[in-house]
Design a protein around this ligand. Structure first.
Ligand code: ATP
Ligand code: MG
Length: 445
């Protein structure tokens, strides 16, 4: 993309309404525009990152064997009357009447609808296991929408639902989700720690939230600092291997890590004092095993191998796709702007022309731009006729991890400059080498 043809409405001033850094930078970098409290337009730069995050989620869901579909945002109230949640959900649910007077709602989540799809089409154990998911907009009429996309009213969520014959199989689905979520977040350059959350009907093990540590997080968390030393990395995972998934789940959840809802002072105090941490975190996902809660209420049964009929075992698993943009920025920025991890950056590399209109620098920039595109990468070329300082400030604000700077002085010596946004380090090299280096960096992403 050429900057002169792009739509990047960068703000010079700090917007007064933004209380936290991610919200401030998302507004300043022209990524979002608020349209009503907690409701945003996604401007091109923000939309690009949103799509990158979605893409990673889809890829990791596919790897785990989960199947995408798409359910609507508007749902009939009757489904929710079957589960009893229509009345329970309270004011967070946006209720609408259509012209026929039928009660509708803007879905805050989809357990009822997916259970309805399941019961309409599946009735045998032979069709199990099955995990269906979608990435769809949700609406929750939050009491206090704030912090930009972190706590919106309309927000994008990946929500997935597993259907299994036995509790054992459903717990495997739970573990499989936990492992696939770890990989998903790591690909986004995030450490998201599974923490035991409010326990449901089956006991303590049946729900974990994933938290990114950040001072601005809304959850209070307590953990053993040793959990921050483990990562999934490039391990080979066989998602059908129950024992392997269980072992990874145990590795990541045996150390103490809990939100305030389940915090246990005595267990916490048993950790060596220097490892006891109390901090704040951003919830970027949650996995849940709830057994037959919805299948029983809604009559979603399957025939077992011995011919009897049982309600299907279920769980649901969510990732806060739009909230993740905020979480990533909270975890990765400096006083000049955002620092995107390579996995989610809106453009792979910025190109700054220090002397627009100069035949040599123009030609060198064009060459780099085309070479990167030819390699399947997505560069952003700042071809504006502007001061170098202004171009650098924009690049730093929008946070592309790599920048190639091209100026007449360097070109005389046959070099351009490759700069890392994260470290600020610059290295001089030929344009060809800079392009090769960028290609190499992204080969793993
Ligand atoms: P919270 O406790 O933050 O209100 P939740 O536990 O009600 O969230 P879930 O039902 O678990 O949310 O939804 C799955 C994921 O969707 C959450 O982990 C979070 O990342 C995201 N999410 C929930 N509510 C919002 C919101 N209002 N704005 C943006 N993302 C949200
Ligand atoms: Mg939650």
């Amino acid at each position: 993309m050429r900057m002169t043809r792009y739509f990047l409405p960068v703000l010079k001033e700090n917007p007064a309404e933004a209380q936290i850094v991610s919200h401030r930078y998302m507004l300043r970098a022209g990524m979002i525009k608020q349209q009503a409290a907690g409701i945003y337009s996604w401007l091109p730069l923000g939309y690009k990152v949103l799509k990158r995050i979605e893409q990673i989620v889809h890829e990791e869901q596919a790897r785990a064997g989960h199947i995408p579909l798409l359910m609507p945002t508007l749902q009939p109230a009757d489904l929710w009357r079957e589960s009893g949640r229509y009345d329970d959900y309270g004011q967070e649910m946006l209720r609408i009447k259509d012209r026929q007077g039928r009660d509708m709602l803007y879905g805050p989540t989809n357990e009822e609808m997916i259970t309805d799809i399941f019961r309409s089409h599946v009735n045998s154990y032979k069709d199990l296991p099955l995990t269906l998911y979608h990435i769809q907009w949700k609406f929750r009429d939050e009491m206090r929408p704030r912090f930009g996309v972190m706590r919106g009213r309309e927000f994008l969520m990946k929500d997935g639902y597993n259907f299994d014959l036995t509790v054992e199989d459903a717990l495997h689905a739970y573990n499989r989700h936990l492992v696939s979520y770890l990989r998903t977040y790591e690909r986004m350059g995030l450490q998201a720690i599974p923490m035991r959350a409010d326990s449901g009907p089956i006991g303590g093990e049946d729900t974990h939230e994933f938290l990114v540590l950040a001072e601005t997080g809304e959850s209070e968390v307590f953990y053993d600092s040793a959990v921050t030393d483990i990562s999934l990395g490039a391990r080979d995972i066989d998602y059908d291997d129950k024992a392997q998934c269980k072992a990874v789940m145990e590795e990541f959840t045996s150390l103490y890590a809990r939100t305030d809802e389940t915090h246990d002072e005595a267990a916490f105090n048993a950790i060596p004092e220097e490892r006891r941490k109390c901090a704040r975190g951003i919830e970027v996902g949650q996995i849940f095993f709830f057994g037959t809660k919805y299948s029983e209420a809604m009559g979603a049964t399957v025939v077992t191998p011995d011919g009897s009929k049982v309600p299907v075992q279920m769980g649901s698993h969510g990732i806060g796709v739009s909230r993740l943009l905020g979480a990533i920025i909270e975890a990765s920025h400096d006083d000049k702007g955002i620092i995107w991890p390579e996995g989610v950056t809106p453009f792979h590399c910025g190109i700054v022309n220090l002397k627009q209109g100069d035949d040599d620098t123009d030609a060198a920039c064009e060459g780099i731009y085309k070479a990167l595109q030819k390699a399947g990468l997505d560069p952003l070329y700042d071809d504006r006729n502007d001061r170098a300082g202004a171009k650098f400030a924009t690049m730093d604000l929008i946070g592309l991890p790599w920048r190639i700077t091209v100026g007449p002085r360097g070109l005389k010596n046959g070099v351009v400059e490759l700069t890392s946004r994260r470290t600020g380090e610059s290295v001089e090299m030929t344009a060809d080498d800079a392009v090769a280096r960028i290609i190499e960096i992204y080969a793993g992403h």
